[in-house]
Write a protein of this length. Structure first.
Length: 147
């Protein structure tokens, strides 16, 4: 691929880059779930690609996401697609060591916060089925960087 300048708007995601082992809980799944998530730069340096999977067959799909930026507006977005054929567009905010993505939809709103510290990420998820009037716990995970 031809050389592109690196997308410096995504530089705050650098601490997330790598492959991570995950352990999580979900209110509708009675056991812990284990998996793998990777954050990697697209070969062009323009985007960050996130790939996730879970070991247990408990209905959590494999997923892939691409995060990019709008340099004129100073905003971020994520496009998500999973093994069920579900696609979603999420809004994203990036601050020092914290990545947040969310979608607002009357039938299913979601928001996730990922906080990285060294070789660990802690994520908290919430979902709403009433346009955000009430929120319930969704997927929570702890990520440990693979060596």
């Amino acid at each position: 691929m031809s050389a592109f300048p690196r997308n410096e708007a995504l530089a705050a995601l650098e601490p997330f880059i790598g492959t991570w082992d995950t352990v999580g809980t979900h209110p509708e799944i009675p056991t812990e779930i284990h998996g793998e998530t990777s954050f990697e730069w697209h070969e062009s340096g323009a985007f960050v690609i996130i790939r996730s999977s879970v070991v247990e067959d408990v209905g959590v799909p494999r997923g892939v996401s691409i995060i990019g930026s709008d340099d004129k507006q100073g905003t971020y977005a994520m496009i998500y697609y999973d093994s069920r054929g579900v696609s979603r567009t999420m809004k994203v905010s990036i601050a020092e060591s914290v990545l947040v993505w969310w979608r607002d939809s009357p039938e299913m709103s979601q928001r996730y916060t990922f906080t990285v510290s060294g070789d660990m990420i802690v994520s908290k998820g919430e979902a709403s089925t009433d346009s955000g009037a009430t929120w319930r716990r969704d997927l929570d995970q702890t990520f440990t960087r693979r060596r």
